[in-house]
Design a protein around this ligand. Structure first.
Ligand SMILES: [Ca+2]
Ligand SMILES: [Ca+2]
Length: 250
């Protein structure tokens, strides 16, 4: 064999017993990742004191909570992560706060929101009083009463003969075991402020035996969204620009 032919064969086949060189191969797990997904991945660890997604929750806190530092509403329930953190709700569970305790207002809508509370109670002749305690926006401190006026009404006792009277928010003289039903109404206050950003408030429904301690303390979460109803979604999608946020991340 001529020396030049032998050299060409050696280059082509890599020599006897040596695997031929191969080029880079994409990782199989890379399949299906779009260019925009890749672009969203940041280099290196996030600064714990910064707020990557602008949701009011610092990156370090998001790491502790295991929320998504690049999503303002990690569980997509319409409540921004920082608000859920501030009220001890689970920002990774869209059923926290419970759906039955959620109320949604649109600015400009004057229709009262209503929610009922049912209590199974064995009375000894006492009077039970339902009430709403004012709450606040957990991020800004703004009082819920600046936005809504609550009212409570005792609407039904079953069996009715076990209650002497229904008077406004009171079941009077409950004697024996009965189901007691209250209706809570929240109406927009006359001089309500239009803040132009989506926010949420905690309110508490309480029941007390007159002169006694609270028997019931139920948290209600009231969300208020500026503007018209969009798309018929149960909860409006949250964007950091649209939500009232604290001045510094939590
Ligand atoms: Ca954040
Ligand atoms: Ca959420």
């Amino acid at each position: 064999m001529l020396p030049s032919v032998a050299l060409a064969l050696t280059l082509a086949f890599g020599g006897c017993g040596t695997p031929a060189p191969v080029g880079p191969t994409p990782f199989p797990r890379d399949a299906g990742v779009s260019p925009s997904d890749r672009a969203a991945v940041t280099d290196g660890p996030l600064d714990p004191a910064a707020d990557e997604d602008g949701d009011g929750l610092c990156n370090g806190t998001e790491g502790q909570l295991q929320t998504n530092p690049q999503a303002v509403d990690s569980d997509d329930d319409g409540l921004v992560d920082s608000f859920e953190y501030a009220i001890n709700s689970d920002p990774r569970n869209l059923r926290s706060p419970a759906l039955g305790d959620r109320l949604e207002f649109r600015e400009g809508d004057a229709t009262p929101l209503r929610v009922e509370h049912l209590l199974d109670w064995r009375g000894e002749g006492e009077t039970l009083l339902g009430a709403v305690q004012d709450g606040a926006n957990a991020l800004t401190g703004e009082a819920a009463s600046a936005w809504v006026t609550p009212s409570v009404e005792a609407i039904e006792a079953n069996p009715s003969a076990f209650v002497r009277d229904l008077a406004g928010p009171r079941f009077v003289g409950v004697l024996g075991r009965a189901w007691l039903r209250w209706q809570v109404s929240l109406s927009p206050a006359a001089a309500r402020p239009a803040l132009g950003c989506r926010r949420a408030y905690e309110l508490f429904f309480t029941v007390k035996a007159e002169g006694g301690d609270a028997i019931v303390l139920r948290r209600l979460v009231l969300s208020v969204t500026p503007g018209a109803v969009d798309g018929g979604a149960r909860w409006p999608r949250v964007s950091p620009e649209g939500f009232c946020l604290p001045a510094r991340c939590l």
